[in-house]
Ligand binder design. Structure first.
Ligand code: SAH
Length: 375
């Protein structure tokens, strides 16, 4: 292999230990890795030549062997409420999306973990698309890096939250993060690491449809907030809406959630519940849900359904959502209704579709649960 064809190492997303090993290989001391992380994550520098406190010959060596590669932006859209959506290229004509949601007291970046999804949740636009591939750690970390650059870095090295535009990260974009465990975990570590983006563990949320074995594994690996897509108070209905429930039922799922909190010293799990008109939004559903979660370290987040072309569902009327919330509150639960943001640019929950043209079929565990074979 000549130098020209040598694959450069992408510095973005490399765990600290690997970065140290890499600079060690070049004859440099481990603290160089820390300097590099500071340039990458604190200052958002993507040009190795501009990292001025690194020795010139070290920079030259680095430029030869390494790069800072981020996904290319295909399209940027800004909604009337200020929500921004970026369509990012995954190469080979595939695309995925990330969304920035500005609020008065915070700025949330919603990132993707996969191009498409294998779980076949009936009310989700991503599911209709099928699955193409897992995103790499660099592509996951690259979303936050890129959004920071797009929105304008406002924080100098050393400062913590002050002036930061992105204060919260949610893994609620395209894909099932726990089905891409290998790449998602190192990315979360970089979000939390004080040498990385240095975001508090309560402000990084992983949302899962309920891959029970991976929730146990997660408890051993990282300490972030957990959200779980519940969407129904009983197995019969949940199995229709979230087919992975046929493999891991509600009782198993809840046990895994409480285990996660015990292990991680967490305060509560947020349960997401999409409000589908006439399907899961009746007062008896609310009462059943209250019985299921009463006295548990749980918060409920009701999400008004966001429609997409071809869907069989309708959003529950606001009055029904409020009645549902009141019923749950009377049942002793903590409940919020999620504000719909960015729906005029299809940036709301469940509307992210990117572009998945080259679909492949993947087996999850021993069965092809909830999976439609798409050619
Ligand atoms: N795969 C992960 C994260 C992706 S979706 C998960 O299932 O949790 C983030 C949230 O949006 C999930 O709770 C998901 O169920 C919900 N969602 C999906 N489609 C939706 C839609 N059309 N309207 C409202 N919420 C939706």
């Amino acid at each position: 292999m000549t130098d020209d064809t040598l694959q450069r190492v992408n510095l973005l997303g490399l765990p600290k230990a690997e970065l140290e090993a890499f600079v060690g290989e070049m004859g440099s001391k481990p603290f160089r890795a820390r300097q590099l992380m500071s340039w990458l994550y604190k200052r958002g520098e993507g040009d190795i030549a501009a990292m001025t406190d690194l020795a010139k010959d070290f920079r030259a060596q680095l430029t030869e062997r390494a790069e800072v590669a981020v996904p290319t932006i295909v399209k940027t859209q800004v909604a009337s409420d200020g929500t921004r959506k970026w369509v990012l290229s995954a190469g080979n004509d595939q695309a995925f999306e990330m969304v920035f949601i500005p609020e008065e007291d915070r700025g949330t970046l919603c990132i993707s973990s996969q191009v498409g999804c294998v779980l076949d949740c009936t009310f989700c636009a991503t599911a209709q698309q099928g699955f193409n591939r897992n995103l790499t750690t660099a592509e996951i970390v690259g979303q936050v890096w890129l959004a920071n650059r797009e929105l304008g870095w406002q924080v100098g090295p050393g400062e913590k939250e002050k002036g930061r535009i992105i204060t919260n990260i949610v893994l609620m974009g395209m894909g099932e993060p726990l089905a891409n465990f290998r790449n998602v975990i190192p990315a979360i570590r970089i979000f939390l690491d004080d040498l990385g983006f240095d975001i508090s563990r309560r402000r990084v949320t992983l949302s899962t449809s309920g891959l029970v074995p991976q929730i146990y594994k997660l408890a051993e690996e990282v300490n972030c907030a957990l959200a779980v897509s519940l969407h129904a108070p009983n197995d019969e209905l949940r199995s229709q809406l979230v087919p992975i429930n046929r493999k891991h039922n509600i009782a198993e799922l809840l046990e895994a959630c409480w285990h996660y909190l015990d292990e991680q010293n967490g305060r509560s799990v947020t349960f997401e519940y999409v409000m589908l008109d006439g399907v899961n939004d009746q007062p008896e559903h609310a009462r059943e849900l209250a019985r299921l979660l009463k006295g548990k370290p749980a918060k409920l987040n009701l999400i008004p359904f966001n429609p997409f072309p071809g869907t069989q569902y309708r959003r529950s009327p606001l009055a029904a959502i409020e009645r549902f919330r009141d019923e749950l509150m009377q049942g002793g639960l903590v409940v919020t209704i999620r504000k719909t943001r960015g729906d005029d640019i299809d940036a709301a929950c469940g509307q992210l579709a990117g572009q998945v043209t080259d679909r492949i079929t993947v087996r999850l565990g021993s069965k092809t649960f909830g999976l439609q074979v798409r050619a």
